[in-house]
Design a protein around this ligand. Structure first.
Ligand SMILES: [Zn+2]
Ligand SMILES: [Zn+2]
Length: 174
């Protein structure tokens, strides 16, 4: 089975990595391996926006990992990500390509002035991880309200999705 190289770009919350790995292996035909890639998000820091540019971060991850045929790379960062046309993105992926990345910054309740909630953070992280890695299988955004491939523009919309694919999307990943 192809591998997913799960690459934390900083120290992550306890329990987050195993939950993401399990969540992905339960839904997608991938074996998750933990990878420590020497990728420094500071290389894609945008001084004017005060955020990290996700597109070159994807390129860096893929270039550094040098994935084998069918392998994917999923970077997980604390840094708030953006692409130039949007205020922020929860994550970005190469549709049909090997690279995916997502950010914990706006999945944390504390970002919105709420108390920390480790289990809610983990739930959201699993959904966003599935969403971005789903794109690497060529999946596009789905209109089914509880499918992980539905687009989310805020954390409340992430909470409405489930950590799984609808039957239409599941069929496409084989
Ligand atoms: Zn998406
Ligand atoms: Zn779907």
């Amino acid at each position: 089975m192809p591998r997913l190289l799960l690459s934390p770009l900083s120290a992550l919350d306890r329990g987050l990595i195993p939950a993401v790995a399990e969540g992905i292996e339960a839904v997608l035909p991938l074996t998750v391996e933990l990878a420590t890639l020497p990728v420094d998000p500071e290389e894609v820091w945008d001084e004017e926006r005060g955020q990290y540019h996700s597109t070159p971060l994807l390129d860096l991850l893929v270039k550094t990992a040098g994935p084998g045929e069918g392998d994917r790379i999923l970077g997980v960062t604390e840094g708030d990500l953006f692409i130039p046309i949007l205020t922020f993105v929860f994550g970005e992926a190469q549709v049909g390509g090997p690279g995916a990345v997502f950010s914990l910054a706006r999945l944390r309740p504390t970002f919105y002035g709420l108390p920390p909630d480790p289990s809610l953070l983990i739930e959201r992280a699993v959904k966003e991880a599935l969403h971005e890695v789903g794109h690497t299988f060529g999946l596009v955004h789905c209109r089914n309200p509880d499918c992980a491939m539905r687009a989310s523009t805020n954390a409340g919309e992430v909470d409405l999705k489930r950590a799984t694919l609808c039957s239409e999307c599941a069929r496409l990943v084989g």
